[in-house]
Design a protein around this ligand. Structure first.
Ligand code: SF4
Length: 237
């Protein structure tokens, strides 16, 4: 088995409920989508980065595990684009008793189900229609997959949180419909957090807009947080 990695590095989590924590990042190459705010565009082609035999990649991860490595984040690109290899690598990390964290757009619930056993922390990202992730004709299929991933993650008992990126283009009514879809299938006690992440450097939302989105989530989930990408402010990768 082979895997294509774009990069591997130690830094701090700049997003989500684990922001500020030290982490080894394994960035997989490849994502078949194109969000307009994507900040890892160079890692989107399946030909980006470098190809490794799976054992070489395990060695690379092992060499990058410092004494104080508290978790390993598999990100991308989208890790589900190479789900088989990601399962192998995450299992390898778990065997070392180091927690694993999956960051994915959840575009394929079948692949998600395959990798889920090897992850301890799960981010379920819901894309808004304005993200450009898919065109409107394919949005309902994407949403179906994302909701199924949420169901699977919650049923597995893994620490699961929800993230939604908001830009100045995001429509509040579409966002409210998305919230209804999410909280129709889960209760607030089952998710470990709800993060609204404003876009950075492109179509940034105004504070008043963000507060409206906050209020919309608050009616379902009072622990909602608006968290910008912390790493961008301190120049971390
Ligand atoms: S899903 Fe993630 S990696 Fe893929 S285009 Fe969107 S932001 Fe970029």
């Amino acid at each position: 088995m082979k895997v294509r990695l774009y990069e591997i590095f130690t830094s701090i989590e700049g997003e989500g409920i684990l922001y500020g924590t030290k982490t080894l990042f394994v960035r997989l190459a490849g994502c078949p989508f194109k969000c307009f705010y994507c900040d890892t565009k160079e890692a989107l082609p399946m030909t980006s980065g470098k190809e490794y035999q799976i054992d070489e990649a395990k060695k690379l991860i092992e060499n990058n595990l410092a004494k104080n490595t508290y978790k390993v984040n598999f990100t991308g690109g989208d890790p589900l684009a190479q789900s088989e290899a990601v399962s192998e690598l995450a299992k390898f990390v778990q065997q070392k008793k180091i927690p694993t964290y999956l960051e994915s757009s959840c575009f394929d619930s079948v692949r998600f189900a395959q990798v889920l056993p090897y992850f301890d922390f799960i981010k379920i990202e819901f894309k808004t229609i304005d993200s450009g992730f898919v065109d409107e004709a394919h949005y309902s299929k994407l949403l179906e997959n994302e909701l199924q991933c949420l169901r699977l993650a919650i049923d597995s008992g893994k620490t699961t949180y929800i993230k939604i990126v908001i830009s100045s283009k995001t429509k509040i009514e579409q966002f409210k419909q998305l919230l209804k879809n999410i909280f129709d299938i889960t209760s607030k006690s089952k998710v470990a957090g709800f993060i609204i992440q404003p876009t950075y450097g492109i179509s940034e939302p105004e504070l008043t807009q963000l507060l409206d989105f906050y209020d919309a989530v608050y009616s379902y989930y009072a622990e909602v947080r608006i968290v910008p990408q912390l790493h961008k402010f301190i120049g971390a990768p």
